[in-house]
Design a protein around this ligand. Structure first.
Ligand code: PMP
Length: 308
């Protein structure tokens, strides 16, 4: 997937042309993976003529929490970080769906792996963005031979750049073997998540997703969908350890994330999930979610921040 380069970037403390936002080869985070990031979606609402950013304060809070895990003292408060995202979006001026990438990384040009005595740099860019997984109606997934790192290895609840080498191992092996996405088990052999998505299953009308102590990212889409499933669709959602073979007997399985949104899984390792077609819960949830993210549902309008 080629990404068109942005025009502008928020870099350190202000918005500059993207070409001026540069780092050196010795940058700590480039060498040691000592950065934290967010992936946020902006949705163009043609009726309002505005870009709506989905759950901006929640993404900003998570990047600050991830920064705390890496002992980073960010120069911007949460409020200032959110303002910086909006400043960047105004400068970039996109009038289409987009992906926003805030990053806080140790920018020191030094040799020596550690987390202390270093200074973080904040950057933010935005690029046009459509579907992340092409097969949104039915992805073919494989259970990866790679395992998700546990909390005592690299905490999965933080969105730490270095841990994405793990996702990259799993995703490439899956794609090169002809699958759309990899599903990772945790160190105990329970289901954790996709390479860049949380996972849900539906069985006999009950929804289940791995609990937050199963080496998963605390997904903001996950949290949003649990609310919609419970409060709008009246379903029970269990957060608990999930065994791999529960996926094989589930009626529906779907992946959730900022990039993947709600992506149905139709096959896992060549076994059809349920009927092998888009299931009714996934279908209904996805329609509702798409209305919510475009700011069309009054009750959840507060989840969308307009770029004015
Ligand atoms: N798990 C992983 C490993 C991810 O990279 C992502 C994407 N950020 C998610 C889950 C979903 O999180 P969110 O809904 O907050 O985007």
């Amino acid at each position: 997937m080629a990404t068109k380069l942005p025009r502008m970037a928020f870099f350190k403390d202000r918005v500059v042309p993207y070409a001026e936002a540069k780092v050196g080869l010795l940058t700590h985070a480039l060498n040691y993976g000592t950065g934290v990031f967010a992936g946020i979606r902006g949705y163009w609402n043609a009726d309002l003529g505005k870009l709506l950013v989905f759950r901006l304060p929640d993404h900003v809070r998570r990047i600050h929490e991830s920064a705390r895990l890496l002992r980073m003292n960010l120069a911007l408060t949460e409020e200032a970080t959110a303002r910086a995202v909006l400043d960047l979006l105004r400068a970039e001026g996109l009038k289409e769906d987009c992906y926003i990438r805030p990053l806080a990384f140790y920018g020191d040009e030094v040799i020596g792996v550690r987390l202390h005595g270093l200074t973080p740099i904040i950057s933010i860019v935005a690029v046009p963005f459509g579907l992340y997984i092409d097969q949104a109606d039915g992805a073919h997934c494989t259970v990866s031979s790679w395992r998700r790192p546990s909390d005592n290895v690299i905490p999965a609840r933080g969105k730490i750049t270095g841990s994405y080498a793990n996702s990259a191992f799993a995703k490439s092996d899956a794609e090169l073997a002809g699958f759309d996405e990899a599903l990772l088990l945790n160190q105990d052999g329970y289901v954790s998540e996709g390479s860049g998505e949380n996972i849900f299953l539906v069985r006999r009308g009950v929804v289940a997703t791995p609990s937050l102590n199963q080496s998963v990212l605390e997904g903001i889409t996950r949290r949003s969908l649990i609310t919609l499933l419970r409060d709008e669709m009246g379903l029970t959602v269990e957060e608990r350890p999930i065994e791999r073979c529960e996926l094989f007997v589930a009626d529906e399985v779907f992946l959730t994330g900022t990039a993947a949104q709600v992506t149905a899984v139709s096959r896992i390792d060549h076994r059809p999930v349920g009927s092998g077609k888009l299931g009714p819960v996934t279908d209904k949830l996805r329609k509702l979610f798409f209305d919510v993210i475009r700011g069309r549902v009054d009750k959840y309008r507060a989840w969308c921040t307009a770029v004015d």
